[in-house]
Design a protein around this ligand. Sequence first.
Ligand code: NAD
Ligand code: TYD
Length: 353
Amino acid sequence: MSILVTGGAGFIGSNFVLDWLADRDERVINVDKLTYAGNLENLAALDGDGRHVFVHGDIGDTALISRLLTEHQPWAVVNFAAESHVDRSIQGPDDFIQTNIVGTFRLLEAVRAYWSGLPKQERETFRFLHISTDEVYGSLAADAPAFREDTRYEPNSPYSASKAASDHLVRAYRQTYGVPVLTTNCSNNYGPFQFPEKLIPLVIHNALAGKALPVYGDGLQIRDWLYVKDHCSAIRRVLEAGAVGETYNVGGRSEQTNLDVVSTVCELLDELSPRRDGESYASLITYVADRPGHDRRYAIDAGKIERELGWQPQETFASGIRQTVQWYLAHREWVANVTSGAYRDWIVRQYAS
Ligand code: NAD
Ligand code: TYD
């Protein structure tokens, strides 16, 4: 038995692969293009483990994906591969269109051809699980109810628009061709191996380096945070028991303003790695220009996956963020390695003003 995972060297994908292989003997074929966000160091614990087959490649390479599907005969494909950072999508949307839309389309084409050729019973048990985001639903007013699976799509950034387009393609492959697809739309993740361009690892990294902690606009935008391992357990649950053709919203019922998130990280750092001068890391908080088109609030109603599949997150924001700060403090070499090269160039461009 095997599954094929795309983007498994990125933040969520690598956590998923590690967790998957921790409790089962199914082989994972991991196809990743190794963009700036892909890091094989995340998977170092699997060195020499024959259950993990890494393939350097692009989801848009239909010939490669077709060959891998034929060779390994996976019962599921889990699509994490994407360009994932909103600010990058604003500076340069091209890669987002190519990977998130065209890449997903080409992947679906390869999967459709493979799935069509399977014997009847295997066609029925095969699953294509597309990993998506709550950002496709757009921005919520302060008093609006949380996003449900039937909330209208209203994406506002090139990133969320490209993810929305990929979600629609996935849906169409079920409706038109019968491919057994599932989609999860998850809220903001945090935890080990997140690239330090996203808010939480960026703040930890900058604080330890004594640099400004950039807060966009008034810092009162709200995100609904979920510990990455809880997202991975939701994905496993959807693969096991999700109804074909359904979408599932995944979230931790943990809405926080950005300012509260940054302040909590500072308090934890004050406790776990106090500054020599006795000052709080919070003194580094710096308000900077807002993100164009910045969504004000995201919130997930996870009622469907909780009721229908019995999924529950294990971590609260308090327990998850503590573990995350501890992880970054214990893995400074990992951070040092990813903060070289391309990442540094990006930071210079993003915060130049
Ligand atoms: P990430 O940017 O950390 O990782 C993306 C991975 O995909 C990288 O390893 C990269 O090398 C790979 N990749 C990019 N283009 C590729 C291509 N053309 N072919 C093959 N591999 C390619 O992203 P992440 O935060 O781990 O997000 C994974 C998925 O989860 C994305 O689809 C994202 O939209 C979704 N998601 C993320 C969050 C979040 O908070 N990070 C929340 C909800 C959903
Ligand atoms: P981010 O981690 O980029 O995730 P997303 O945009 O997908 O929600 O950002 C989380 C929130 O933090 C978002 O409202 C933007 C804000 N933010 C800052 O205030 N400063 C920063 O330097 C970054 C990267 C993000």
